[in-house]
Design a protein around this ligand. Structure first.
Ligand code: HEC
Length: 158
């Protein structure tokens, strides 16, 4: 009997502690809030480590279409579409998505995304589907820019 009661008591004790701590924690944050206004939005270009991760961008922007495959979007987590793209190479595929292609709006419809964040999201989706594309480094970003220029030229000539 003791053996079964002990864990239960421990859980109850923890729950009780939580209840005691929460209100005071809330009071502290409330009290501190007016004293510290939010920082002014004067910051210049974000440092590299402030960029969103590929997964974060995917969840905020790309998931809307790439989770279910809206309009033929290659699905995250499913090798099918991405295996076909893998042969085209990371730079070209990222650039084509960035510029926009058929049902894929430029930048996924988010004008405020940086190329690096977009490229990270593309690489993250590819990895989720078993295609081993790393987050872009400087050389990859340059290669993507080159592909972007080629793509824009080709689109002009149509
Ligand atoms: C409004 C829906 C939509 C959103 C949002 C969206 N995509 Fe897409 N995406 C598509 C569709 C549809 C395709 C397939 C286009 C085709 O090949 O016909 C596609 C294709 C792509 C491709 C492959 C390009 C190629 O070469 O075929 C990449 C890369 C891509 N998307 C990246 C992204 C990323 C990264 C995001 C988020 C930042 C995103 N997409 C958000 C609809 C979307």
């Amino acid at each position: 009997m003791k053996r079964t009661l002990f864990p239960l008591l421990a859980v109850l004790a923890l729950a009780a502690c939580g209840q005691q701590e929460n209100p005071s924690a809330a009071t502290r944050t409330e009290a501190a809030a007016p004293a510290s206004p939010p920082p002014a939005p004067e910051a210049a270009a974000p440092a590299a480590d402030m960029l969103k991760s590929g997964e974060a961008v995917y969840k905020q922007v790309c998931l809307a279409c790439h989770a279910s495959g809206v309009a033929g979007a290659p699905k995250a987590g499913e090798p099918g579409g991405w295996a076909a793209l893998a042969g085209e190479g990371q730079a070209a595929v990222t650039a084509h998505g960035w510029v926009g292609i058929r049902g894929m709006p430029p930048k996924g419809g988010r004008a405020d995304l940086s190329l690096e964040e977009f490229a990270r999201a593309t690489a993250w989706m590819a990895r989720s589907a078993g295609v081993d594309w790393p987050d872009p480094d400087a050389a990859m970003l340059e290669a993507i820019r080159k592909e972007e220029a080629l793509r824009r030229e080709a689109l002009k000539q149509r």
